[in-house]
Design a binder for this molecule. Structure first.
Ligand SMILES: [Zn+2]
Ligand SMILES: [Zn+2]
Length: 255
């Protein structure tokens, strides 16, 4: 069982020293660890503290093109976009989605909501529910629908740390992911599925992807938590996009 790539890593381009290393440092570690591919995915524009600046995307692309000539590894430029509304909006326009080789999307408490209404009706109830660990059925349903709408509307290739800070029905979301070609991440820092949920997703034919979510170069390629989850739950290797093979980033619009 060999990990071929790591598709969720942060660098200094996530603001406020959130990512500790440079793109080159992440790439170098990935090469040392024998990976064939690495993705750089900073926090999306609406992240209040850590979001990458729009103006830096061109710089990042140029840096990746430079490194691509030096290092024997495929380097992708992705982004970790934020879910910013209950209607499935994310902090990337359709045009901006084209700037990236693929899009990772997740919910972050400090992703700026699309509007004040979304703050009061969606973000705030979720923060309260999370703090008290008391989710009503309505909130879980609304959260699940927000993700489903997001993958219908946007080119989302990977959903990051699903269930972290926002409780959802991951199996319902996984069903939709099959239609769009979206992968569900087994994140090394935040893995929030129950064994039953994993089993149900496996039965559906979900495609998982292992990611480190590294915020420092030394953690690139460290996906042990996800690998343990694969082994423990007998997830067929064929359903893990970056084990013994390379993932394909496809996303299709569906109704
Ligand atoms: Zn994240
Ligand atoms: Zn991340």
């Amino acid at each position: 069982m060999i990990l071929f790539g790591d598709y969720h890593t942060h660098t200094k381009y996530s603001r406020n020293h959130h990512g500790k290393s440079t793109i080159e440092e992440n790439v170098r570690v990935a090469v040392e660890k024998g990976l064939k591919e690495i993705g750089i995915t900073e926090h999306g524009f609406n992240h209040v503290f850590f979001g990458v600046r729009r103006r830096n995307i061109k710089k990042m692309r140029a840096e990746i093109e430079r490194l691509q000539k030096i290092y024997p590894i495929k380097i992708y430029l992705g982004i970790e976009a934020n879910l910013i509304s209950s209607e499935g909006d994310i902090d990337l326009t359709e045009e901006e989605q084209k700037w990236f080789d693929y899009v990772v999307m997740g919910y972050h408490t400090f992703g700026l909501p699309k509007s004040a209404k979304e703050y009061f009706n969606f973000f705030r109830p979720n923060s309260k529910a999370y703090k008290k660990n008391k989710y009503t059925k309505e909130i879980i349903e609304a959260n699940t629908m927000a993700y489903i709408k997001a993958i219908r509307k946007n080119r989302i290739n990977i959903i990051s740390h699903l269930g972290s800070k926002m409780k959802v029905d991951p199996v319902k979301i996984a069903k939709e992911c099959l239609k769009s070609g979206t992968m569900i991440e087994l994140n090394a820092r935040r893995l929030c599925f129950t064994e039953n949920e994993i089993q149900d997703m496996v039965k559906l034919g979900t495609t998982f992807i292992l990611d480190s979510d590294a915020h420092i170069a030394s953690n690139v390629g460290e996906c042990n938590r996800g690998i343990n989850c694969v082994v423990k739950n007998n997830i067929p290797q064929s359903q893990v996009a970056n084990l013994d093979k390379l993932p394909k980033f496809v996303w299709r619009k569906y109704e």
